[in-house]
Design a binder for this molecule. Structure first.
Ligand code: HEM
Length: 222
């Protein structure tokens, strides 16, 4: 069963759809959590502390967070490996080699490919910035509010995050739609609704995430 899912194109697309939806769910929660920054340092930092104590005393300190991390890493790896394999498969499936230059992939394919690469690089930077604090100018463990403000006081922090969030919006817009197709939507009326949901999700997430660097840049959050 597992082998046939992994070995087939439909199986890989299903894995991409499900892992994508898991990441999307995380992002919706993460974006709304980030908006707590507008309520000040005390609220934001105690929210970050709460993230580490979810499930206590049944779970130990940070256990829930580690479970979330393991699920997310699995989702990212499965999503990326399937994307790579599907695109290799697509290239191999061309019956006749093109005599001249290969025609460029479609706009959507190119956007998803480059968007995926930008987001993968962004995630590495983001973890170095706010989790390990390696590249953070403030780098105070337990003080995410001050660390976030420090990042968005640098020009490169603003550029990296805003570019990545725009890539994220485009990726979600097309990705959500593709996932719905894979998971068996496909009636004209339902498709229209799903396209609407994809657009709203992409817009809300992009605007919500970008509001944080913009708030720091404009002094609303300081
Ligand atoms: C402006 C946008 C964003 C801001 C300000 C932001 C801020 C933060 C902060 C402050 C943390 C650390 C929380 C803590 O340790 O308590 C964090 C963690 C995290 N963020 Fe973001 N984030 C943003 C966008 C994103 C995006 C787009 C993604 C995914 C593509 C993402 C994925 C993560 C992950 C996976 C973690 C958890 C790291 C861990 O395991 O501790 N974030 N974010």
């Amino acid at each position: 069963m597992a082998r046939s899912v992994w070995g087939s194109t439909v199986g890989k697309k299903t894995i991409m759809a499900v892992s994508g939806l898991i990441m999307l769910l995380y992002l919706v929660v993460h974006m709304f959590g980030n908006l707590k920054i507008f309520f000040g340092s005390g609220q934001f930092n105690s929210y970050a502390h709460w993230l580490r104590t979810i499930g206590e005393p049944f779970l130990h300190y940070e256990w829930a967070l580690w479970i979330i991390r393991v699920v997310l890493v699995a989702a990212v790896v499965l999503h990326a490996v399937c994307a790579y394999q599907l695109s290799r498969r697509d290239q191999r499936a061309r019956p006749v080699a093109y005599a001249h230059k290969r025609p460029r992939a479609s706009y959507a394919t190119r956007t998803m490919r480059w968007g995926g690469i930008i987001l993968a690089l962004f995630i590495v930077w983001h973890l170095l910035d706010f989790t390990t604090l390696t590249v953070n100018k403030n780098a105070q463990p337990g003080h995410p509010y001050e660390n976030v403000v420090a990042t968005f006081h640098t020009w490169y922090g603003d550029v990296i995050y805003i570019v990545a969030m725009l890539a994220l919006g485009l990726h979600i817009r097309h990705g959500f739609w593709s996932a719905a197709q894979t998971l068996g939507a496909g009636k004209a009326t339902r498709d229209r609704v799903l396209k609407g949901i994809a657009n709203i999700l992409a817009l809300v997430l992009t605007v919500g995430f970008i509001s944080v660097p913009v708030a720091v840049m404009t002094g609303v959050v300081s």
